[in-house]
Write a protein that binds this ligand. Sequence first.
Ligand code: AMP
Ligand code: ZN
Length: 117
Amino acid sequence: MAGEPQADCLFCKIVAGEVPATVVRETEHVVAFRDINPQAPTHVLVIPKAHYPDAASLAAAAPELAAAVLAEAGQVAADESAEAYRIVFNTGSGAGQTVFHAHAHLLAGRGLAWPPG
Ligand code: AMP
Ligand code: ZN
């Protein structure tokens, strides 16, 4: 069922506290934690606690939750005093998605080239 925890999902395990993470922000519905392989001085993942496989399916099923993820990403940027930042949702393995639980990458703290690779 949409939104239910998935037994084989790494980020559901982080939500459940079964896998450790460096949490920087947490609300009732959203958690933000540092990426284990940071690609910038600030690299935080912002996820809904509920499981959706990607950003678009999250937005379609639970638009308020998708908005909460974006709002929390903005709060992380503010907490880190980021003047400029990028929010990325890799979608599909061809775009680099490796964890199929919707997550925003919040990247900041270095120059961010455009267009991205
Ligand atoms: P993506 O490739 O867009 O699906 O992003 C998944 C991200 O999760 C990658 O940037 C990984 O470095 C990150 N990651 C994988 N395992 C962990 C973990 N245990 N804690 C924090 N971040 C992780
Ligand atoms: Zn999950």
